[in-house]
Design a protein around this ligand. Structure first.
Ligand SMILES: [Zn+2]
Length: 231
């Protein structure tokens, strides 16, 4: 983790925007959280992009000026053509983060949510040139991954549709419904669960959890004594 974090700080420009200032401790915290998903992958997971732009808070994206963004995290429609974001990753461009949201997550981690892990998952996804919910994998594994993630994505969407039809606004779906937005969001959100609430992911989508354990390595958040995975 120490080596990966040092490499991240060496290779990525961290650019605070709109008057934000980040001290060395802030930069270290950002880099360390970004490297969490790379513990099992290594520094090859840092390829393909070079800059993190950090906004003071949720930022506003205007559609149409820069083309369609791939990322619509925690979107909230403010007015026609604008959305507020906490994070965003363009396929080859910078990672964009809200410092207010990242700082709050570091201070008070919440199971199922890790903004930088989410954005790093998008960067890993894009390494094969397409942000579609499947990172670069050996052919056989990629086939199984696409099958299992596709089935889970459809199951979550079916669950949300059923809850909606039943008018049950109180019911909690298997995982954060944002995962149902698109296959790439499903992968990114499940990655957040892998690192912050792996038991819930296993209970909801065991095949997906198994792929992520193989891809990222065992979830560091799991108590080893509770881990049923054979060593
Ligand atoms: Zn996303």
């Amino acid at each position: 983790m120490r080596g990966l974090t040092a490499r991240f700080l060496d290779r990525k420009a961290i650019s605070p925007a709109h008057g934000l200032t980040l001290d060395d401790g802030d930069r270290l915290a950002l880099a360390a959280h970004a490297c969490l998903p790379l513990l099992g992958i290594g520094e090859s997971g840092l390829r393909g992009w070079s800059e993190v732009i950090v906004h003071p808070g949720a930022f506003r994206v205007e559609h149409g000026r820069h083309g369609a963004p791939h990322e619509m995290d925690e979107l909230e429609v403010v007015e026609d053509g604008f959305e507020d974001r906490e994070g965003e990753s363009w396929q080859h461009g910078p990672m964009v983060l809200s410092w207010a949201d990242l700082d709050a997550e570091i201070a008070e981690p919440e199971p199922g949510y890790q903004l930088v892990v989410h954005e790093m998952a998008h960067k890993l996804d894009a390494l094969d040139g397409v942000m579609d919910g499947t990172p670069p994998l050996p052919r056989d594994w990629q086939r199984d991954w696409a099958r299992d993630f596709g089935a889970a994505f459809e199951a979550l969407n079916a669950e949300l549709d059923a809850l909606h039809e039943a008018g049950d606004d109180e019911a909690e779906p298997a995982i954060d419904p944002y995962a149902a937005e698109a296959p790439e969001e499903f992968f990114a959100v499940c990655s957040e669960y892998h690192f912050t609430d792996p038991e819930r992911l296993r209970a909801a989508f065991p095949a997906v959890a198994a792929h992520l354990e193989r891809f990222y390595g065992p979830p560091p958040a799991l108590d080893r004594d509770d881990d049923p995975t054979p060593a």
